[in-house]
Design a protein around this ligand. Structure first.
Ligand SMILES: [Zn+2]
Length: 79
């Protein structure tokens, strides 16, 4: 930093007065879960009453991935 670019503490504080983080706006999904507004529901995958994320398929693929990974891991631990 060059001395020429230096601001006073007041100038820095004034600029940073707008840097505060805001709490996320939470909404309630029709399934009863709390979700972040303008985002799909993490528990049922619905957005504005329409299913946009296939949660069942996602869980299946995740389980398949886990079993494939866990199988190799358990074999390694046995040895
Ligand atoms: Zn939901």
């Amino acid at each position: 930093m060059v001395v020429r670019m230096r601001h006073t503490r007041a100038h820095t504080a004034n600029r940073r007065s707008h840097h505060a983080l805001k709490a996320q706006t939470l909404a309630k999904c029709e399934c009863g879960a709390t979700r972040v507004s303008h985002r799909a529901c993490p528990s049922c995958g619905r957005y504005r009453g329409r299913v946009v994320v296939d949660k069942v398929k996602q869980a299946e693929s995740k389980a398949a991935k886990k079993s494939a990974k866990g199988g190799s891991k358990s074999e390694a631990s046995k040895k």
